[in-house]
Design a binder for this molecule. Structure first.
Ligand code: GAP
Length: 438
């Protein structure tokens, strides 16, 4: 799949700036696998932290779980994944390249060599492995293709341990694996990725109310973290495209710079009582003396896909230069306008000179602030260049320690977006930044 110029630029930017590297690049990489570098891991951690804070920490009705990636394979039989978690595949009879049938849009020839294509066949996208020292069908297990099933099979454990009453939710963030036929578009579709999933258990009679609420709340989460509203939209999946467990699914789509313009960022599904029934769970409502199988509303988001959308949305090129004086107005400066909660570093400490006289107190400030925030320290090259480097990686505040700081015990704090500068007492700096970052 061809990547757009904006994607190409972002892929190269992510590598150069330490966000994302192709996995095992030294050995030619492995298609569909990526390694997150020092800044990428901060960004991903911040996305996960923001999600957990909103949907677990700030609510009384949702609790967390961190379950095994490999579990008893019966789980995947009961859930319908062994039978039905597959994509339609066609193969070229000449070059033997394999394609997802949906991607070829009814093309009759191989797009790589014009060879004849086979008929469609099903390809199960679960990764298989063996548990223990014997490699046969009795030891076959799967890497989970979604985190959701481990939530369902812990339904009674969690509910009883935490004395939960419907409606309540169980949230989980963790790795999922799919042997995608055509991974691509950078981290949009990979074979190893992370999901942030929430199963919200409800009474069937309330399913439409809760479905709408979860669509609205999920949409708002992206807006609150800075995604531009015009780049998001809702897409109601047609009945013919619904997953085997779903009565209704609405995707939140982001305007990615590929495909048809908008593509799935996350999905909210009404999974009905399909999963709890498949695993044989029911729920006793002690107040009303009834027993029923709860329905489930599932907001499910990919961490990697969210990271891609947040980066694309924040990536801004300012023509003509803004921090450095340039002779040519063709100069372009990149500013990653990430939401403060998502920025890998919150603050950078930049002593005006490397001289011990300034470096020592600047480092004291650095070490002090490190106890509270992710802080960068940069004393290499001109101050303009250093501002520029921090703008590129999205650092919201730069603190400059200059010669005046030695006398007035104040530093200059520069805001990434407004470029406004404040002179702040060193003693008040932590509180000042905390207030700004809150
Ligand atoms: N439990 C429901 C479920 O897994 P899904 O629509 O298949 O539903 C949910 O996946 C989300 O996981 C997607 O909206 C997307 O953000 C992410 N996702 C799915 N497959 C992915 C892949 N191959 N690479 C990256 N992210 C993926």
């Amino acid at each position: 799949m061809n990547e757009s110029p904006k994607m190409e630029k972002l892929v190269s930017f992510c590598k150069q700036r330490g966000f994302i590297f192709p996995s095992a690049e030294k050995y030619g990489g492995l298609q569909g696998f990526w390694d997150f570098g020092p800044l990428g891991v901060e960004l991903k951690n911040n996305i996960k932290k923001a999600w957990w804070k909103r949907f677990v920490q700030e609510r009384g009705d949702i609790v967390g779980l961190d379950s095994a990636i490999i579990t008893n394979p019966t789980v995947w039989e009961k859930s319908g994944h062994v039978e039905g978690f597959s994509d339609k595949l066609v193969e070229c009879k000449k070059c033997h390249h394999r394609f997802k049938a949906d991607d070829l849009a009814k093309m009759e020839k191989c797009p790589d060599c014009e060879g004849e294509l086979t008929n469609e066949k099903s390809f199960n996208t679960m990764f298989k492995t063996f548990v223990g020292p014997v490699e046969d069908s009795t030891s076959t297990a799967y890497l989970r293709p979604e985190t959701a099933q481990n939530i369902f099979i812990n339904f009674d454990n969690v509910r009883q341990a935490m004395r939960l009453k419907v409606p309540f939710g169980i949230a989980q963030i963790g790795k999922a694996f799919r042997n995608e036929i055509t991974p691509g578009n950078f981290i949009f579709r990979s074979r190893e990725f992370e999901q942030m999933e929430l199963e919200y258990f409800i009474n069937k009679k309330d399913d439409e109310k809760w479905f709408k609420k979860w669509v609205d709340d999920s949409f708002q989460w992206f807006i609150d973290l800075g995604i531009k509203k015009e780049n998001l939209r809702l897409f109601k999946q047609p009945k013919t495209e619904l997953a085997h467990y779903s009565k209704a699914t609405t995707d939140i789509e982001y305007k990615f710079p590929f495909d048809k313009g908008f593509a799935e960022l996350m999905g909210i599904a009404n999974r009905t009582d399909f999963d709890l029934k498949s695993h044989g769970f029911e729920y006793r409502d002690e107040e009303n003396k009834t027993v029923f199988v709860p329905y489930v509303i599932e907001p499910s988001a990919g961490v990697d896909r969210a990271a891609l959308a947040f980066m694309l949305d924040a990536y801004d090129e300012v023509k003509g230069g803004r921090t450095t004086t340039t002779e040519s107005n063709k100069e372009v400066e990149v500013v990653l306008r990430l939401h403060k909660d998502l920025a890998p570093y919150k603050v950078a400490i930049l002593p005006l000179s490397k001289k011990e006289q300034l470096a020592k107190p600047a480092q004291d400030i650095y070490h002090d602030l490190q106890k509270h925030f992710m802080v960068a320290y940069d004393d290499v090259s001109s101050i303009g260049r250093r501002y520029r480097r921090q703008d590129e990686i999205g650092t919201p505040y730069c603190v400059t320690f200059d010669f005046d700081s030695l006398d007035d015990k104040k530093v200059t704090v520069r805001d990434r977006d407004t470029m406004k500068q404040d002179r702040v007492e060193i003693g008040d700096l932590k509180n000042y930044l905390e207030e700004k970052l809150d």
